[in-house]
Ligand binder design. Structure first.
Ligand code: ZN
Length: 439
């Protein structure tokens, strides 16, 4: 397995011109080009409920678990057409924000009553189609989901459309691998330790191709940590490190609640942690121990997860701000070697993109093509920006998206900050939302 990361160049190398799709010229004079950002964790359907779970329930005990009930109700309304429309809107928004790759953690597999569609991969194919239409690079991670808790209780009524037995799940992966191409890969997602019993996990892992990426939700909530301790006798990350060969193919999503030994263990394993700061804040999960993890040399990236925000700027900004609020200090992610917080954060996400997604994302190379975005040089927010502060200004100043053009695999998909098929995609999204909200 290739373990080197693509070289980073913050400015286009001499003579580099992105390949145009015919309707675009070259870059603005003096344009700053940054490597495309990989979004390591997405549940596309949740884009449709963003901002709709912000009203308190009957008690004053709203939590991740009460939010999950709302999410399940919404998840029950999707079919392949509405999923396609919502995913296309989301992926267009991601591209406009500077994300050029998405790792889609996909568990809405079957019809709402749990029966398979005529094509068992119909919902997955809706996501593939949305990625092709928008041009985003997709690592599709069909989710293995078998149980309703650590005690192996059966799936609840609202979870039935998520479930597979091991054979059915492996058949789904096989069917989807036929769709793989230059900008689409298939990996494996284990929903969580609570949803995948140990024997099923071992069987699935043994059946995967050697270079398959493996993503898993882990240690997002303290309740999940306590339950894992009670039933499996270890904290979730400890249990995983002791019971699976965790290496650079793995991405641990959230991993919010880690003790010191787990921090060292994850960092040593080469796995990537996918931190989702805006969703973790929205759900009241807790704060990832960023400084200790960076000191241990751990790999990490970001995900927009529930899509209450679709912006790498906001994820990176809140990753740093959360640490500042907790420690009452500043410039937490930076180090003596790299003093810029923005550069440190962007380098972190670019370095992990290949290992987590399995694709050559975020590259800017002489002669192109690449996955990259340019910043609008004429924005007042960048007035007078130099090499030393342009990334900090992108991450930490203002709220206007500064993305001008975006390329994926050399194809220009966003111009002037707008996706080239944005109007058509938004029109379809509006109709899908009407249908979903009427359901
Ligand atoms: Zn998630």
């Amino acid at each position: 397995m290739q373990t080197t990361t693509p070289a980073r160049v913050w400015q286009p190398a001499a003579g580099w011109q992105p390949v145009s799709n015919g309707s675009t010229g070259g870059l603005q004079a003096g344009a700053r080009v940054l490597p495309g950002v990989a979004n390591l964790h997405s549940h596309a359907f949740q884009r449709a409920m963003a901002g709709m779970a912000e009203r308190r329930g009957d008690s004053d005990r709203d939590s991740f678990w009460t939010w999950r009930e709302t999410m399940y109700r919404f998840a029950g309304r999707f079919d392949p057409d509405t999923l396609h429309a919502v995913a296309a809107q989301l992926y267009a928004e991601m591209l406009e924000a500077g994300y050029t790759t998405v790792c889609e953690f996909h568990y809405l597999h079957h019809a709402p009553d749990g029966r398979s569609y005529d094509d068992p991969a119909a919902m997955s194919r809706a996501l593939v189609q949305a990625a092709r239409e928008t041009g985003i690079r997709l690592t599709l991670l069909p989710v293995m989901y078998m149980a309703g808790g650590f005690d192996r209780r059966p799936l609840g009524e609202r979870q039935r459309r998520f479930g597979h037995d091991v054979d059915g799940y492996l058949r789904l992966l096989d069917a989807l691998r036929a769709e793989e191409g230059k900008t689409m890969r298939v990996g494996c997602a284990l929903h969580s330790l609570r949803a995948v019993p140990p024997d099923a996990m071992s069987t699935v892992l043994a059946a995967l191709p050697g270079d398959s990426r493996i993503h898993i939700h882990i240690a997002e909530q303290t309740g999940e940590v306590d339950e894992c301790l009670a039933i499996r006798g270890a904290r979730p990350v400890r249990w995983l490190l002791d019971n699976a060969r965790v290496d650079a193919r793995w991405t641990l999503v959230h991993a919010t609640h880690l003790d010191d030994a787990e921090i060292a263990g994850v960092a040593r394993s080469g796995a990537t942690v996918a931190i989702c700061p805006t969703t973790e804040a929205n759900l009241g999960d807790g704060l990832f121990p960023l400084r200790d993890y960076l000191d241990a040399g751990g790999a990490w990236g970001i995900g927009s997860d529930s899509h209450i925000s679709v912006s790498p700027v906001e994820e990176l900004r809140w990753l740093e701000y959360g640490q500042r609020l907790a420690t009452r200090r500043r410039n937490i992610a930076a180090s003596a070697a790299v003093r810029s917080v923005g550069e440190t954060l962007l380098a972190g996400v670019v370095d992990s993109a290949w290992t987590s997604s399995g694709q050559a994302t975020g590259t800017i190379a002489a002669g192109g093509p690449g996955d990259a975005f340019s910043l609008a040089v004429d924005s007042p927010l960048l007035a007078g920006a130099g090499d030393g502060d342009v990334i900090d200004r992108w991450v930490f100043s203002g709220n206007r998206p500064l993305v001008d053009r975006v390329w994926v695999d050399g194809q220009c998909v966003v111009e002037g900050g707008r996706h080239r098929r944005g109007a058509e995609i938004a029109g379809r999204y509006g109709k899908a939302m009407s249908a979903l909200l009427a359901g």
